[in-house]
Design a protein around this ligand. Structure first.
Ligand code: IPE
Ligand code: IPE
Ligand code: MG
Length: 280
């Protein structure tokens, strides 16, 4: 089913109004937390919390694609999550398997490109195969890039990058003087994905839990008390509006940022005038 066609007219208007408010984040990352607490507070099992969490994934992926966000990265399972009881880990892997089986066609039909980051060799073989197939099938899609962080941890990726750089130094492919932030970023699994503009964490926890440690140097954080299974598109819209009203300074002063924005606006206005005169 095409997500554009199925969107309600009201939701479309809400999205158009948000777009008018300001600049959409290019990349949203989400720490989907609180499935267990959501379930326990309702007298349900943690498994049911994870199941309901998948409904939120579906809605947030769709809404992000419909509104025109280019990159969405979902923290679905951390390396540390392997320490959970084996039965819970088993349930999570089964849910992941079902998600990949069920969603591939719809994601592909809606031009979504699927990627994964993390130590995929730790995942069950069937999940590895499904992930590989899904990423291959969707690799040329040009809409939303949906990255699933599976068996992922930021430190793991950083250490892995250091090892690979060290090997390339030993092979003579890289000299130590050439190692800089850009080169380092290119050895991370997030290579090619812009850094997150906005990180959303549900369930009120105020920590990164080993997610995108390097990439989040200047990402804006938005923390909501809502548990992940109750976080749906209207909550995403709240996060977007909150993000759009922030000033990102990247170490500069507010006055510098304001004057840079003024110059950018003036340049784009002048460019539009020039194009109009040239009849473009
Ligand atoms: C997030 O919900 C899902 C995963 C980490 C896989 P949790 O399972 O962490 O839920 P809480 O934090 O225990 O409520
Ligand atoms: C973070 O949630 C990992 C994912 C959402 C996949 P956790 O529930 O594992 O985080 P901590 O243990 O509370 O920091
Ligand atoms: Mg948790």
């Amino acid at each position: 089913m095409s997500w554009v066609k199925e969107q309600s007219p009201d939701d479309k208007i809400v999205q158009e109004n948000i777009i008018k408010e300001g600049k959409l984040p290019k990349h949203i990352a989400v720490i989907m937390d609180g499935n267990g607490r959501w379930a326990l507070e309702r007298g349900l099992s943690r498994t049911e919390g994870h199941q309901e969490g998948i409904e939120s994934v579906r809605d947030i992926v769709k809404a992000s694609s419909q509104i025109g966000v280019k990159y969405l990265t979902l923290y679905a399972f951390s390396i540390e999550n392997w320490k959970r009881p084996i039965t819970e880990v088993g349930v999570l892997m089964k849910l992941l398997e079902h998600y990949l089986r069920q969603e591939l066609e719809e994601l592909h039909n809606n031009n979504v490109r699927l990627l994964s980051i993390g130590k995929s060799s730790s995942l069950p073989k069937v999940v590895q195969r499904l992930l590989h197939e899904s990423c291959e099938t969707t690799k040329d899609n040009t809409g939303l890039t949906l990255t699933l962080a599976l068996s992922y941890s930021g430190r793991w990726d950083i250490v892995r990058a250091v090892q690979m750089i060290a090997l390339d130094v030993r092979r003579g492919k890289v000299s130590p003087e050439d190692i800089n932030e850009d080169l380092f970023s290119n050895y991370l699994q997030t290579k090619g994905i812009p850094e997150p503009d906005l990180l959303i964490r549900t369930s009120g926890e105020m920590r990164l839990s080993n997610f995108l440690l390097w990439e989040m140097a200047y990402g804006e954080m938005y923390i909501t008390d809502k548990y992940w299974p109750e976080f749906r598109r209207n909550d995403l819209y709240d996060a977007l509006l909150n993000f759009m009203n922030r000033e990102r300074r990247f170490g500069k002063t507010s006055a510098q940022v304001a004057s840079e924005n003024y110059i950018k606006q003036k340049d784009s206005y002048l460019q539009r005038v020039v194009n109009a005169i040239k009849g473009k």
